[in-house]
Ligand binder design. Structure first.
Ligand code: HEM
Length: 306
């Protein structure tokens, strides 16, 4: 007798399990061709769904209810009077950014925790996912650049003093990555108490860089003194392949973030020239002053010593 198939053991109503490929029991006798006589017999036993077909079980969830689409699609609310056609695009693009920022925080937090737990491979895998999202975010700039400066001016005044400068998640990403400038806590004057607390938490918790150093230390590489750390990073580059791959994944995150800052300021100059920002900064000059920012400067310095 072949071992019972996994789907035969699916709990009632578990559509995903019922549709899953059979899992072979390694101790089971080899399967023979007549183990499943016909397709009808192979179909998962209908649980208490009254004979419903796939996708109908229980009627608990639909595409729209699972994804909360009524709420999500009600959030693109324009404010300009008279109505400006491109304002909706502007809002959608920024909302898409915030969704991806939230996802990146989720992944980078897990990548950091994996390093703290000594798991370099999982951390690298999550960082590679973030790289793909970051490339999407670079491409998203192009969508907004289909808007002309004249079209932007048609609604720009209506959104002031709102500005991307006030994006708490963007600043959380910087803090988590290791660029921890606490002055942003006071400079982001509009932040609510909850947002301020989120930023403070990011400042208090280990950054990606601190987690990477903790991993090096756990693998016997000293990181406390500057000289020791430099020697340890060289050792990583020369003889610790898994840690080097992880270091490269961190560097790629750094490089892609820098590329976005550069791409963003190009877009800003294209849209508003040398005007000051709606957030009250000098605009492009402020943004250009941030282009040299590195999350992991020691990984960049290492290049000249290899
Ligand atoms: C028409 C398009 C855009 C223009 C003209 C623009 C303009 C600006 C300006 C002038 C600043 C400096 C702060 C200020 O005084 O307001 C800024 C900062 C910022 N913007 Fe944009 N922006 C645009 C699109 C975007 C998009 C799509 C995002 C995505 C979330 C974004 C995110 C940010 C962030 C995170 C900052 C803070 C950067 C930092 O502090 O280093 N911006 N933007």
């Amino acid at each position: 007798m072949p071992a019972p198939r996994d789907r035969d053991h699916a709990p009632p109503g578990d559509a995903r399990r019922a549709e899953a490929a059979p899992v072979k029991d390694p101790d089971a006798a080899p399967e023979v061709d007549d183990a499943v006589p016909d397709a009808a017999a192979a179909r998962p036993a209908a649980p208490d769904d009254g004979g419903a077909h796939f996708g109908e079980q229980g009627g608990r969830l639909s595409y729209a209810s699972y994804l909360r689409l009524p709420d999500l699609l009600a959030q693109q609310v324009t404010v300009a009077e008279p109505v400006a056609h491109d304002e909706r695009l502007f809002i959608t693009v920024h909302q898409v950014y915030e969704l991806w920022f939230a996802q990146c925080l989720h992944e980078l937090g897990a990548a950091r925790d994996a390093m703290l737990a000594g798991d370099a491979a999982t951390s690298r895998r999550l960082l590679v996912r973030v790289h793909v999202v970051e490339r999407v975010l670079l491409g998203t700039v192009e969508v907004l650049e289909t808007m002309t400066p004249q079209d932007f001016l048609a609604f720009r005044n209506a959104l002031a003093p709102a500005s991307g400068f006030q994006s708490v998640q963007y600043r959380e990403l910087e803090f988590l990555s290791g660029a921890r400038d606490p002055t942003y806590l006071t400079r982001m004057a509009q932040a609510s108490p909850a947002e301020r607390a989120a930023l403070q938490r990011r400042l208090d918790e280990p950054s990606l860089w601190e987690a990477f150093l903790a991993l090096l230390s756990a693998r016997g590489l000293p990181v406390e003194a500057d000289d020791d750390r430099r020697a340890s990073l060289l050792a990583v580059a020369r003889e610790r392949a898994d840690l080097w791959d992880l270091a490269e994944a961190l560097l790629e995150h750094d490089a892609l973030s820098a590329r976005w800052r550069s791409r963003h300021v190009d877009m800003v100059e294209r849209q508003i020239g040398t005007r000051s920002g709606t957030g009250g900064s000098s605009g492009a000059p402020y943004l250009r002053s941030r282009l040299a920012l590195r999350y992991f400067p020691e990984l960049w310095d290492l290049r000249s010593e290899l």
